[in-house]
Design a protein around this ligand. Structure first.
Ligand SMILES: NC(=O)c1ccc[n+]([C@@H]2O[C@H](COP(=O)([O-])OP(=O)(O)OC[C@H]3O[C@@H](n4cnc5c(N)ncnc54)[C@H](O)[C@@H]3O)[C@@H](O)[C@H]2O)c1
Length: 266
């Protein structure tokens, strides 16, 4: 995959999991990466790991629900790397609850991170990347949706709704960027359940909620329902994001790319 020379990226939720794997893949492809996360300590460790490996990487604390922190992170990225061409809206949390027990305050927090956090990312990336913006040379945005936006799974009412919102926002943003000739492509990926901290918590919650007999049985169920016959991994997600940001994807916008081994088909 070919990345344009001299590009800079912001990755949210980059201290661990998919976000860290994506930051690493972008850095290995020659992109300067601003890793951001709300967890300052974990972020520092992640940035040191990439820097020690020779990546052009830096860190900025960014809680995606804070507009002021978005402004700061974009400004710091442009000042440090001389541009802002790629945004990966990855930060997100999960929530598994039966509808009978729905905690609306918790649901609101999830929406403010998964949905409004993504919307704020789109806003500040558009402002910076559009012609005349502080970076001003267009770009590529990839949002993290989920197969939860495409399949019907009990126990994840609010999480699924948030990821459906991310998918729809991707499509509207792609069309709006086109209509205004911003030169910005907007896509999302829909990964299946994978064994990050978030994924492992979800698997345990399913057993706790009585939606599977055990953690092992749920894991077996996922694999047996997956045509490619295995769990996906962080590298599968990182490679698909890299593709969507690459020159080879220059005519692709508004897509929801499933990274799920075919899970959503079954
Ligand atoms: N793991 C899966 O099975 C799976 C599947 C499909 C989609 N996703 C999505 O992929 C994304 C990453 O998931 P993951 O599995 O790597 O999760 P993870 O919990 O392992 O990592 C998430 C990171 O985001 C950070 N974060 C959380 N809230 C934040 C906020 N308000 N502001 C900034 N940072 C914040 C956390 O500190 C953490 O470093 C999420 O949007 C998730 O919904 C995950």
């Amino acid at each position: 995959m070919t990345m344009q020379a001299g590009q800079s990226a912001i990755v949210t939720g980059a201290a661990r999991g998919f976000g860290f794997a994506i930051a690493k893949a972008l850095a290995n492809a020659g992109v300067s990466v601003m890793l951001t996360d709300r967890d300052a300590q974990a972020l520092e460790t992640a940035v040191s790991e990439l820097s020690r490996a020779g990546a052009k990487a830096a860190g900025a604390v960014l809680d995606v629900t804070s507009e002021a922190q978005w402004e700061e992170a974009v400004a710091v990225t442009i000042a440090r790397f001389g541009g802002f061409d790629i945004l990966i809206n990855n930060a997100g949390i999960q929530m598994s609850q039966l509808i009978d027990d729905l905690d609306i305050d918790h649901a609101g927090q999830l929406f403010s991170i998964n949905v409004m956090g993504t919307a704020l990312g789109l806003k500040h990336a558009f402002r910076a990347m559009r012609p005349g913006g502080a970076a001003g040379r267009g770009g590529s945005i990839v949002n993290l949706s989920s197969v939860a936006a495409l399949t019907n799974t009990p126990g994840v009412l609010i999480y699924s709704a948030s990821k459906s919102a991310v998918l729809r926002m991707t499509q509207v943003a792609a069309v709006e960027a086109g209509a205004l000739e911003y030169g910005i492509r907007v896509n999302c990926i829909c990964p299946s359940l994978m064994k990050t901290e978030l994924g492992n918590d979800l698997i345990e919650d399913f057993a706790r909620l009585g939606l599977s007999d055990s953690v092992e049985m749920l894991a077996e169920h996922v694999v047996s329902r997956t045509p490619l016959g295995r769990f996906g991994g962080e590298e599968d997600v990182a490679n698909s994001v890299l593709y969507l940001c690459s020159s080879e994807a220059s005519f692709i916008t508004g897509v929801a790319l499933r990274v799920d081994g075919g899970f959503a088909l079954t």
